[in-house]
Design a protein around this ligand. Structure first.
Ligand SMILES: [Zn+2]
Length: 257
């Protein structure tokens, strides 16, 4: 039996905390300063870069920017399961639907740009499970049971979610686990009317994570800020739930690999 390659598919949309342009300064936001994607925090110039990205995200460009980054794997058919243990109470009844929506967004290439649906891989929801995502609270991949589980648990500071993907010698994914933080961050599935502070959109985050599972890496935080695969996300932001042109182009490129 071939030994599988183990890959960290990096972390999720890390939080920013920097108070971004157009958002009121609140004490809550200030308390969450310097929240970055751990795996790639070295690429940032701290607040300035994130502020610039957040500003760019509100501008046009999502459908002009076709930048993407390919990893070395892709999905053929993935059967994913959900473990609702530890789901935050405020989204207990809606989280699975959001995660499913995100998965379908990636499965169908649903985008913000009017581009045709793109079905290059199959994602089947295989039901709930008591199996846990094999991701530790220190953000390490702890093993592969050949099951793809999305669930909840503690993660290190600054990490919203973490995905571990396993693929075979042919570069086809055999399992991908995603752990979503249920300690440090507040999640919503419907954006609150007056959203402030460190509240994050579950759907945006999971679309980003599923794109990691699909085989995409991060694009540049500043130059590609409108793409879902930009590495950081701002609180209360829902603008990247669907794919940008770059995310879409990336899926297309994976299909022809
Ligand atoms: Zn990421």
């Amino acid at each position: 039996m071939r030994r599988s390659l183990t890959t960290l598919a990096a972390t999720a949309l890390a939080a920013t905390a920097v108070v971004i342009a157009g958002q009121p300064v609140t004490t809550t936001a200030a308390a969450n300063d310097e929240v970055f994607l751990v795996a790639e925090a070295f690429t940032y110039d701290e607040g300035d870069a994130v502020t610039a990205a957040a500003t760019a995200a509100s501008a046009a460009g999502a459908c002009e920017d076709t930048t993407y980054a390919l990893k070395t794997w892709k999905v053929g058919t993935l059967n994913w399961m959900y473990n609702g243990q530890g789901v935050p109470a405020n989204i207990a009844s809606t989280a699975l639907a959001s995660i499913t929506t995100s998965t379908n967004t990636v499965a169908k290439g649903t985008n913000r740009c009017g581009l045709a649906p793109l079905t290059t891989s199959t994602y089947n929801y295989a039901g709930t499970t008591t199996l846990k995502p094999q991701v530790s609270s220190t953000a390490t991949c702890t093993g592969n049971d050949n099951k793809s589980v999305t669930g909840w648990g503690a993660l290190p500071t600054k990490v919203l979610a973490y995905t571990c993907t396993y693929y075979n010698a042919k570069g086809v994914v055999i399992a991908s686990d995603t752990l979503i933080d249920n300690v440090a961050y507040t999640w919503f599935t419907t954006k609150p009317a007056n959203c402030t502070g460190a509240q994050y959109d579950l759907e945006t985050t999971l679309t980003h994570e599923r794109l990691h599972t699909a085989g995409l890496g991060h694009v540049d935080q500043t130059n590609n800020a409108t793409q879902t695969m930009t590495p950081a996300s701002s609180p209360c932001d829902t603008s990247r739930r669907l794919l940008g042109a770059g995310d879409y182009a990336g899926l297309k490129a994976l299909a022809s690999k």
